[in-house]
Ligand binder design. Structure first.
Ligand code: ADP
Ligand code: MG
Length: 626
C-alpha cells in the first residue's frame, strides 16, 4: 500500500504588505469574527461593542433579514421565521433533519434539491441562513479593518464530514468570502494558546458549548500538530443545564408539567440567567412569574446547583474516556486541557474536568472567544503576513473510508482517525476473465460489510483491456484534502485508463450517527470477523470452482481419463455442498482438498503449455490451479 503525503498549499507572500484576513467561529449558538492587529489576535465588536453574535437569523416579509441579538429577541414572538442552531442542519438531508426531534421549522424539499425552511421571505436553505451570519461578520470585519478581506479561516467541528464541510464552504461563497481553509475548532483553540509553539506533547480540548459537547485529543509532534482522536455528544450543552435548573424550579414552586409555552420559556430564560450568575456568585435570587400572574421567589446556592448539574457534567466525561481510549493514551500522557465554550465558565465544570484529567485546565483565554482567536492566527499565517512561520496543522477523519470488494466486503483504505491531508492508494484486480469494467463503490464506516456502512459514492472504471482474471492492475487512490474533502480515482496501470470522482454526498452523518456506527462496530466485531471470513471463503471457493470448470471444459478430455474427470466433478460438488453449510473453516478445508485433487490436472496443462511455448507458440493459458 503506497502512502503519499500531500504538501500544504504554498503561500506566496508579497513582502511589506499586510493583507487583511479574519478568523470566523461559526458556532451553533454564537458566532465571532477576529483578526490579528499589530501582532495581537482579538475578536471584533459591532457598533454597540458586542463581540458575540448570536447565530440567529430572522426572515422578514419586506425587509432584509435580521441577524444576531435583534433576531434572538424576536424568536419568542416570531418562532417560525426566526432560525437558530442552523449549524445542526448544514449538509444534511431531509431524512436526517426529521430525525432531529428539536425541529419545528416547516421544512420543504422539492425533488432531490437541498431541503429548505419555509419563511415569509421565501424558502431558505441551511447554507443560505449560515451565509447571512457570515455576511454580518464580514461587514463587521471590513468596517472595523477599513478594507476588503483577502480571505478567512472558518472553524468547523472536528467530526464534520465531507458534506458538512462542503456546505460551510458554500455558505462562505454566498457571503462573498474567500476561504483560505476550514480549520477544526479544537485545533484553533490549541493554536490560540500557542500550544503549537510548545515542545512535543499531548493536549486535550474540552469544548462545552450551548447545545453540543466535543472533546479532542491533539498531539504536537516534530513541529506538526495533529488530531489523534475526537468524540462528543451532539445533544449535550449549556441548554441542558438550563433545562435541568428549570425542572428544579418547577418542582420547588410546585408547578405541574405545563403546556404553557410562554411560562416554559420564562422558566428556561430565568434558569439560564441563574446559571450564568452562579458562575461568579456563591448564591443568587430566583424570580419567576407564574401562569396566574403571581411571582414565585427563591434562592439557589452553588452547592444546590452542583446537585442539579453534576449528572450532566458527568455525561461529558464518557466521551472524554472514549477519546483517550481511541488515541491509545492515559491521563498521565496529557500535558494540558484547554477549556472551550461558554459552558466551561461554570466553575464546577472546570473542577470535575480537572479531577478527571488530573490537571489544572487552561482557562486564561475567554472560552467563548478562544476558537475565533486561533482561527485569526491561522488566517494571518495563510494570508502570508508571517512568511517565516510554517505552521502545519493536521486534522483527522472521523470514520474509516473504504471500498466495496467482492462479496459485499469493505476494504478500508484510510482508517479512522488518520490525519489529513492524506492520500492512500491500493491495487485491485479483476475477478473475471475478460472483465472490462470495474464498479468502484466508496463507503464510510467501521463495519466489515458494505450493508452496515454508509455509501458515499459509486462510479465505474471502463475501458479496461480484456485480460485473464487477476492480470489487470487497478490502482485506486483516496485523497482527503486539508479541508477534509475526499476525492477518489481509479487507474488501470498498464493502459492508463482512469476515472475519478469528487465525493459530494447529498447529506452527511451527524456525530450521533458516527457514535452509533462506532458502537455497532465494536459490538459486532466478532460477528463481523466471522462474516468476513465466511464471505472471503465463499468468494474463493467460487473462484476455484469457476476456474476448474473452465479448465475442464477446455482441456478435460485432452489430459484426463473419464474416471479422473468424474472424480473432479465430484470434488466440485463436495465443495458446493460445503459452501451451503456456511462454515468458513470447513469451506477452507474443502477448497484445499479440491486444489490438492486438481494439482495433477493443472500440472499436465502447464506442461503442455510450456511445450507449446518452446515450440514457438504463444503461452496464452496457464489456467487451472498450480
Ligand atoms: P456554541 O459554541 O455552541 O455556539 P458557546 O460556546 O457560545 O456556544 O456557549 C454558549 C453557552 O454558554 C450557553 O449555554 C450559555 O448559557 C453558556 N454560558 C455563557 N456564559 C456563561 C457563564 N458565565 N456561566 C455559565 N454558562 C455560560
Ligand atoms: Mg463553539
Amino acid at each position: 500500500m503506497a502512502l503519499i503525503q500531500i504538501s500544504e498549499p504554498g503561500q506566496s507572500t508579497m513582502p511589506h504588505q499586510h493583507r487583511l484576513a479574519a478568523g470566523i467561529d461559526l458556532g451553533t449558538t454564537n458566532s465571532l469574527v477576529s483578526t490579528v492587529r499589530s501582532g495581537v489576535a482579538e475578536t471584533l465588536a459591532d457598533e454597540s461593542g458586542r463581540h458575540i453574535l448570536p447565530s440567529v437569523v430572522r426572515y422578514c416579509a419586506d425587509a432584509p433579514p435580521q441577524v444576531g441579538e435583534t433576531a434572538k429577541r424576536a424568536a419568542a414572538d416570531d418562532p417560525m421565521n426566526t432560525i437558530s442552531s442552523v449549524k445542526r442542519f448544514m449538509g444534511r438531508g431531509l431524512a436526517d433533519i426529521q430525525k432531529d426531534h428539536n425541529v419545528f421549522f416547516e421544512w420543504v424539499q422539492i425533488e432531490s434539491a437541498v431541503p429548505r425552511i419555509h419563511t415569509v421571505a421565501g424558502n431558505v436553505s441551511a447554507v443560505e441562513v449560515s451565509a447571512e451570519i457570515l455576511k454580518t461578520l464580514r461587514q463587521r470585519a471590513e468596517a472595523s479593518l477599513g478594507g476588503e478581506l483577502t480571505g478567512v479561516v472558518i472553524t468547523v467541528p472536528a467530526y464534520f464530514d465531507d458534506a458538512q464541510r462542503q456546505a460551510t464552504k458554500d455558505a462562505a461563497k454566498f457571503a462573498g468570502l474567500n476561504v483560505f481553509r476550514l480549520l477544526n475548532e479544537p485545533t484553533a483553540a490549541a493554536v490560540a494558546y500557542g500550544l503549537d509553539h510548545k515542545a512535543e506533547g499531548i493536549h486535550v480540548v474540552y469544548d462545552f458549548g450551548g447545545g453540543t459537547f466535543d472533546v479532542s485529543v491533539l498531539r504536537l509532534n516534530k513541529g506538526v500538530f495533529e488530531v489523534m482522536a475526537t468524540s462528543g455528544n451532539s445533544a449535550l450543552g449549556g441548554d441542558d443545564l438550563d433545562h435541568a435548573i428549570a425542572l428544579w424550579i418547577m418542582k420547588q414552586a410546585g408547578i405541574p408539567p405545563s403546556q404553557d409555552q410562554k411560562l416554559l420559556r420564562r422558566l428556561t430564560r430565568e434558569a439560564c440567567r441563574v446559571k450564568e450568575q452562579l458562575s461568579d456568585a456563591q448564591s443568587t435570587e430566583i424570580a419567576v412569574e407564574l401562569s396566574d400572574g403571581s411571582n414565585w421567589r427563591s434562592k439557589l446556592t452553588r452547592d444546590q446547583l452542583h446537585q442539579i448539574i453534576d449528572p450532566i457534567i458527568k455525561q461529558t466525561l464518557l466521551p472524554c474516556r472514549r477519546a483517550l481510549r481511541d488515541a491509545g493514551i492515559s491521563n498521565e500522557d496529557i500535558q494540558d486541557v484547554v477549556m472551550v465554550g461558554g459552558s466551561t465558565r461554570v466553575p464546577r465544570v472546570r473542577e470535575l474536568v480537572g479531577e478527571f484529567f488530573h490537571c489544572e485546565p487552561l482557562v486564561d483565554i475567554d472560552p467563548e472567544k478562544v476558537v475565533a482567536i486561533g482561527a485569526a492566527i491561522q488566517a494571518d499565517v495563510l494570508a502570508g503576513n508571517k512568511p517565516d512561520e510554517d505552521m502545519l496543522l493536521l486534522d483527522v477523519i472521523p470514520l474509516s473510508l473504504g471500498l466495496e470488494t467482492m462479496g459485499g466486503l469493505v476494504e478500508k483504505i484510510i482508517p479512522r482517525n488518520t490525519t489529513i491531508p492524506v492520500a492512500k492508494a491500493q491495487d485491485f484486480t479483476t475477478f473475471k476473465d475478460g472483465q472490462t469494467a470495474m464498479a468502484v463503490h466508496v463507503v464510510q464506516g467501521e463495519r466489515e460489510l458494505v450493508q452496515d456502512c454508509r455509501s458515499l459514492a459509486k462510479f465505474d472504471l471502463r475501458g479496461i483491456p480484456p485480460m485473464v482474471a487477476g492480470a489487470a492492475r487497478i490502482r485506486v487512490t483516496f485523497q482527503v484534502d486539508a479541508d477534509g474533502l475526499l476525492s477518489v480515482s481509479a487507474r488501470e496501470q498498464t493502459t492508463g485508463v482512469e476515472s475519478r470522482v469528487q465525493v459530494k454526498p447529498s447529506y452527511g452523518l451527524s456525530d450521533t450517527e458516527i457514535e452509533t456506527m462506532l458502537r455497532d462496530a465494536m459490538q459486532h466485531a466478532q460477528q463481523d470477523i466471522d462474516a468476513r471470513n465466511l464471505h472471503e471463503q465463499l468468494v474463493e471457493a467460487q473462484r476455484v470452482i469457476d476456474a476448474l470448470q473452465q479448465a475442464l471444459q477446455q482441456d478435460g478430455d485432452k489430459y484426463l481419463s473419464n474416471d479422473e474427470r468424474q472424480q473432479l466433478h465430484h470434488g466440485i460438488q463436495r465443495l458446493r455442498d460445503t459452501m451451503d453449510q456456511k462454515d468458513h473453516k470447513k469451506i477452507k478445508l474443502a477448497i484445499n482438498a479440491l486444489n490438492q485433487q486438481s494439482t495433477e490436472f493443472a500440472a499436465r496443462r502447464m506442461n503442455a503449455s510450456i511445450q507449446k511455448a518452446m515450440a514457438g507458440h504463444k503461452v496464452d493459458d496457464f489456467g487451472g490451479e498450480s
